[in-house]
Design a protein around this ligand. Structure first.
Ligand code: SF4
Ligand code: SF4
Length: 164
C-alpha cells in the first residue's frame, strides 16, 4: 500500500539537505579535496550561520573580575570548573561542559558568560582552545551596576531575616 510516508521518502531523494550550509553548501565527501578547491578558487566557504539570541556557546571568563567564591564550581553538574588556589581563580575544561549556563546565573560578579562560538571540535580535549583561563575584561558597566545591586541586597539580607 502506498502511504504518505512513502511519498515523503520519495520527495527526500530529490530535496537538497536543509542543513550543512557551513562550511560549504553541501557536506563534502573529502574535506582535503574541498579545501584545495577553496584554495584554488573553485569552491567558496560559507560564513557560519547567525546564532539565535541567548545562544549557549563556548564559555567566556573574565578572570580579573572573579573573586574566587567558587559558587560556579558548586553548581556545575559536570565538573567543568577547577579552582586555582594561587590567586583564587578558576579555569574551565570546555570538553566537559554541558552548556547548562548555571554557572553564569550563579556568579555574583557576572564574570562568566556564554559566547556565540559553536565551533569547538578538537582532537585534544585538553588543548589550549579547550581550556578557558581568561577571555579578557568583559564585565561591563551594566554588569557592575547589577552586581552592586546584588551586593546591596545581600548586605540587607541579614536584617530582613532578623525581621522575619
Ligand atoms: S555551563 Fe553548566 S556545565 Fe558548563 S561550566 Fe557552567 S555550570 Fe558547568
Ligand atoms: S562564581 Fe564567579 S566570582 Fe565566583 S569563582 Fe566562579 S567565576 Fe569567580
Amino acid at each position: 500500500m502506498v502511504t504518505h510516508a512513502f511519498f515523503e521518502l520519495l520527495k527526500q531523494f530529490f530535496t537538497e539537505p536543509a542543513t550543512n550550509l557551513f562550511p560549504v553548501r553541501m557536506a563534502p565527501k573529502n574535506i582535503h579535496r574541498t579545501l584545495k578547491a577553496v584554495e584554488s578558487g573553485k569552491a567558496t566557504l560559507n560564513p557560519p550561520v547567525e546564532v539565535p539570541p541567548n545562544f549557549r556557546g563556548k564559555l567566556e571568563y573574565d578572570r580579573a573580575a572573579c573573586i574566587g567564591c567558587q559558587m560556579c564550581i558548586k553548581v556545575c553538574p559536570s565538573q567543568t570548573i577547577e579552582f586555582i588556589p594561587e590567586g583564587r581563580k578558576v579555569k574551565f575544561y570546555i570538553s566537559r561542559c554541558t552548556f547548562c549556563a548555571l554557572c553564569t546565573e550563579i556568579c555574583p560578579k557576572k564574570c562568566i558568560r556564554m559566547s556565540d562560538q559553536f565551533i569547538m571540535a578538537n582532537l585534544d580535549k585538553y588543548g589550549d582552545d579547550m581550556i578557558v583561563l581568561d577571555s579578557g575584561n568583559f564585565t561591563t558597566e551594566a554588569n557592575t551596576k547589577e552586581i552592586q545591586k546584588e551586593d546591596e541586597r545581600l548586605k540587607r539580607a541579614p536584617e530582613t531575616l532578623q525581621k522575619a
